[in-house]
Write a protein that binds this ligand. Structure first.
Ligand SMILES: C[S@@+](CC[C@H](N)C(=O)[O-])C[C@H]1O[C@@H](n2cnc3c(N)ncnc32)[C@H](O)[C@@H]1O
Length: 363
């Protein structure tokens, strides 16, 4: 039985009561599934941002694969709220079932991630199986189309409904599925990035502006890089202070895997957590937290996540601890940071980015 999205209790992570936890692409998938005459199982859901499909399709016992710790948390909360059966969670391609009859994939924004996911998934379909790529029309670019053509012979774009599309792909072409790695140098470090990692092909200009003031950072015995991406901040700190203990946190598995590869490339041992912020990590009395915060969630621009991270950083800092954060000048973090820190001092004159030193976490 397929659940009706409008009848389910579905919430986002981070919580945003005014925003729906599913969109027209999810509705279109459900509509197409009702008319689908394939064998139905086994089914795999990929990049299901808030677990809406996992909840609606729980009775089909799907497998569920996502890069995001926030998506996983949302999926688990929504499954519980609807007393549905949890899907089998896939952490890495090694956990995939050998043969799916149907894969439903929300097209990710990163073309490199899309390319890699399709190359993996095309090798995990039964004979006659299909992969449905879904998303809002404005987010399905020519680049996405070219990648679909590279991996499948049969492509049926179907009709767009409510500005969403569900493209049916069949007859996969065989390709090698080695995960491509990219690397570049930023500051003193070589950074390795897997597909979908933030700044996978070149360093982020905000991170580079931040590196320019690294000589002003305090020397501490341990620190956290919050939203570490490929580890550019933590590893550059370690090049200056190699005896410090680094804890790198990111909600994207492609990011934490990239950070692990980067740490190895630079010869450092670090602790890495795939986690939604600092929640549940039992980190307290920290002397230093570095952060280049996210300003979007998938394709949506938002400062909500950054604000949550600021709040968590303030709670995890020691009284004398320092939170260093870089932000785009126009985001006006100067004012928002004052909600959580008594002193917020700008330390750079970069025209586009501001680096703040925040101390005195407010209780
Ligand atoms: C602007 S990027 C910075 C990455 C890297 N530190 C740099 O400077 O290039 C923000 C990072 O935060 C991560 N992120 C987003 N939301 C998060 C959350 N709730 N918890 C942990 N990390 C998160 C993203 O995956 C991304 O890697």
């Amino acid at each position: 039985m397929i659940g009706d999205l409008t009848q389910l209790t579905l919430r986002r992570v981070p919580s945003a009561p005014s925003l729906q936890a599913y969109n027209a692409a999810d509705e279109l998938v459900i509509q197409r599934l009702e008319a689908h005459v394939g064998s139905g199982e086994p089914l795999l859901l990929v990049n299901d941002a808030f677990g809406a499909l996992a909840t609606a399709l729980a009775s089909t016992r799907p497998d569920w694969w996502s890069d995001s710790a926030m998506a996983r948390q949302a999926m688990e909360e929504n499954i519980r709220a609807n007393q549905a059966v949890a899907p089998r969670v896939i952490d890495s391609p090694g956990d995939l079932n050998t043969q799916y009859s149907l894969v439903i994939l929300h097209a990710p924004k990163s073309l490199a991630l899309f390319d890699w996911q399709l190359s993996v998934l095309s090798a995990h379909l039964i004979h006659g199986g299909e992969c449905w790529v879904t998303g809002m029309v404005k987010h399905l670019s020519r680049g996405h189309q070219k990648i679909m053509q590279r991996h499948f012979t049969q492509i049926d774009p179907g009709l767009a409904v409510k500005k969403a599309r569900c493209v049916r792909l069949a007859q996969p072409l065989a390709h090698a599925t080695t995960e491509p790695l990219r690397d570049y140098v930023a500051g003193d470090s070589t950074l390795v990035s897997l597909p979908g990692c933030f700044s996978e092909s070149r360093p982020d200009p905000g991170a580079l502006a931040f590196l320019n003031v690294f000589d002003q950072l305090p020397l501490v015995d341990r620190f956290v890089d919050l939203g570490c991406g490929n580890g550019v901040l933590a590893l550059n700190y370690l090049h200056r202070h190699p005896t410090s203990q680094a804890i790198l946190v990111d909600e994207s598995r492609q990011a934490t895997a990239s950070a692990a590869a980067s740490a190895e490339r630079n010869g450092f041992r670090v602790q890495i957590a795939h986690n939604n912020g600092l929640a549940g990590l039992a980190l307290e009395q920290l002397p230093l937290i570095l952060c280049n915060p996210p300003f979007h969630q998938s394709t949506t621009l938002t400062t909500d996540i950054a604000h949550r991270l600021f709040n968590e950083a303030a709670r995890a800092l020691a009284d004398q601890g320092e939170f260093w954060v870089v932000g785009n000048r126009h985001l006006n973090y100067h004012n928002t940071l004052k909600r959580w820190f008594k002193q917020v001092t700008p330390v750079s004159q970069h025209p586009k980015f501001v680096i703040f030193r925040c101390t005195g976490p407010a209780p």
